[in-house]
Design a protein. Structure first.
Ligand SMILES: Cc1cn([C@H]2C[C@H](O)[C@@H](COP(=O)(O)OP(=O)(O)OP(=O)(O)O)O2)c(=O)[nH]c1=O
Length: 204
C-alpha cells in the first residue's frame, strides 16, 4: 500500500535523489521567504523552512504526502544560504577556506496539517582556497544556486578534503533518513486514517 507523494522542491538534485527511493511522485515547488528570524539558531531555522515548504504545498494538495527539504551551511556559527551575488559567494568561500563547517539538511513530510521532520548534520573540511580558486569557481556558475556557494557533487568537490556524515544530505536530500521518515509518515497515516483514505480514493 503506497500513499501518493509530492516533492515540494524546485531542486533537480532533490528530484534525482528521491527517484532512488520512490517509484513515482509529483513535483510542485514551494516558494517561501527563507530569511532567518532574528536570533534563530541554525537547526531551528533549517527545520522551520523544510516544514514551511512541506505545509505550503500540502495546504494546496491535501491528498498526497508532501516531502520538502532545506539545506544550509553553518560556518563559525553563521548561517550561509545561497549567495546573492559574487561578493557574497567570495565571502562565503573565504569563510570555508581551510576550515571545518557543518551542512544541515532538514527534511519534512506533511499530510494535511500533520508534519514529521528531521535535521541531518554533516561535518565538511575544505582545503585552503586561493583567490584564483574562488574567482575561477564563481565563473563556472556552479556556486550561484547552492547553500554556502559550493556543490560537493560538482566542481566544488575538489575543495573537499573529507566529510563526516551523509553525502546525500550535503547534496540536498539525506537518503537513509528520508526513506525512514516517509515510511514512518505513511505507517502513521494508514493506521490513523485507513478508512477515510480508502473512501477518498487515496489508498487502495
Ligand atoms: C552544500 C551544498 C548545497 N547544495 C544545494 C542543495 C540545495 O538545492 C541548495 C540549498 O538551497 P535550498 O533552499 O535548500 O533548496 P533549493 O532552493 O535549491 O530548492 P527547494 O527549496 O525548491 O527545494 O544547495 C548542493 O547541491 N551541493 C552542496 O554541496
Amino acid at each position: 500500500m503506497t500513499v501518493p507523494l509530492t516533492l515540494a522542491s524546485a531542486s533537480p538534485r532533490r528530484k534525482e535523489l528521491l527517484s532512488q527511493l520512490w517509484p513515482s511522485f509529483a513535483v510542485i515547488p514551494a516558494d517561501i521567504d527563507e530569511t532567518p528570524h532574528v536570533g534563530e539558531q541554525p537547526r531551528a531555522h533549517v527545520t522551520r523552512l523544510a516544514q514551511e515548504k512541506a505545509l505550503t504545498v500540502s495546504a494546496l494538495h491535501p491528498h498526497t504526502l508532501v516531502l520538502a527539504a532545506d539545506t544550509i551551511v553553518v560556518a563559525r556559527g553563521e548561517i550561509l544560504g545561497k549567495p546573492e551575488n559574487d561578493q557574497d559567494a567570495f565571502t562565503m568561500l573565504g569563510l570555508l577556506s581551510g576550515q571545518e563547517h557543518q551542512v544541515m539538511t532538514a527534511i519534512s513530510v506533511a499530510f494535511t496539517d500533520k508534519v514529521f521532520s528531521q535535521c541531518v548534520e554533516t561535518q565538511v573540511w575544505f582545503r585552503p582556497l586561493s583567490n584564483a580558486d574562488i574567482t575561477e569557481y564563481w565563473a563556472t556558475g556552479e556556486p550561484a544556486d547552492k547553500a554556502g556557494a559550493y556543490g560537493i557533487q560538482g566542481l566544488g568537490g575538489r575543495f573537499v578534503e573529507r566529510i563526516n556524515g551523509s553525502y546525500s544530505a550535503v547534496v540536498g536530500l539525506p537518503l537513509v533518513e528520508t526513506e525512514h521518515l516517509l515510511q514512518q509518515a505513511q505507517q502513521t497515516l494508514v493506521k490513523q486514517y485507513s478508512g477515510e483514505l480508502g473512501e477518498r480514493g487515496i489508498i487502495d
